[in-house]
Ligand binder design. Sequence first.
Ligand code: PEP
Ligand code: MN
Length: 350
Amino acid sequence: MILPKPSRLSPEQVAEITAIVSEFGCTVQPIVGTVRTIYAIVGDERDELMINRLEGLEYVERIDRIQSPFKLMDRRSDLASGRLRIGSVTLGDGLLVIAGQCTIDPKNPNYFIETAHAVREAGAHALRGGVWKPRTNPYSFQGDSKSLEILAEAARQTGLPVVTEVMEAEHIGLALDVGVDVLQIGARNALNYSLLRQVGRAIAGRSTAVLLKRSIHMGPVNEFISAAEYIVNFGNPNVILCPRGTAPGLDGYRYQPDESITPLLKEKTWAAVVVDPSHSVGKASYVPACALAATAYGADGLAIEAHVSPSHGIGDDPKQALTPAVLSDVIAQARTIHALRRQNQKPVPA
Ligand code: PEP
Ligand code: MN
């Protein structure tokens, strides 16, 4: 990783470092951080001669050789100084709340528009709405591209940034075209490296963020962070990690709640952690406790399914969506816990 002295290098300087690394079979990938652009050396970056030649350039501050399976996502990486803003919240400062329906019903768009206004009133900062749905049963409703317009209309009316899941290359372009702010990669695709690369490539050079769910299988924390590295590799570091419960489920819960991995993630990576309690426990009555536990574990945000009338919802909404009144209470309590944690916060040991 090349850390430049200026906030970014000129095209001539990039050409010069590219020429040097190419002699050693490597290429250069700029990663645009909030503070400065850094330049990842892609390939085997261990050659001492290459390092010496790069370090000899007067515009290079230093070469970072982090020994980590995920050198960009690593907490020691230069990207750690960046700050991601979603709507009115800077992650790491305030508690981000993403809320909205599991699934937008294209036949009943008014529910989604009403839900959008209601979650904003309840204190949410971003609106979620599923357009395309990964369903276990191939005969269940799979989503509908028509719902994208409903999502865009809700964004216009409320001014909230919007989050939706993409499952295929085609979805990515369609979502970006209507101005989706955060692309969700779901638990079933969380290790679909081809999709991760496609999303990374598509958002490079844009302000779009990615909400990357933890894989549905009980995978190691390093595997989760490495999946994010696939995206960041293409130059946009706006990735948020989202624990959402893993299989097999805890008896009575939909999945095995995993908000407790938040401190582990924070020890290893600078990425914000936004926990999804809805899919984790899978039942509206259990969601508030899981949301508050996640906040106590140090989550930077919550992604919660909510609906103005859950029983009229589709997908997961009838069983796990919160009503706006319950959502509002959960947000107020979670903010109190978050503020308490921040008051007593000590830096994570190096
Ligand atoms: C969802 O957010 O509605 C969803 C399907 O999420 P997950 O991928 O976590 O199951
Ligand atoms: Mn859902």
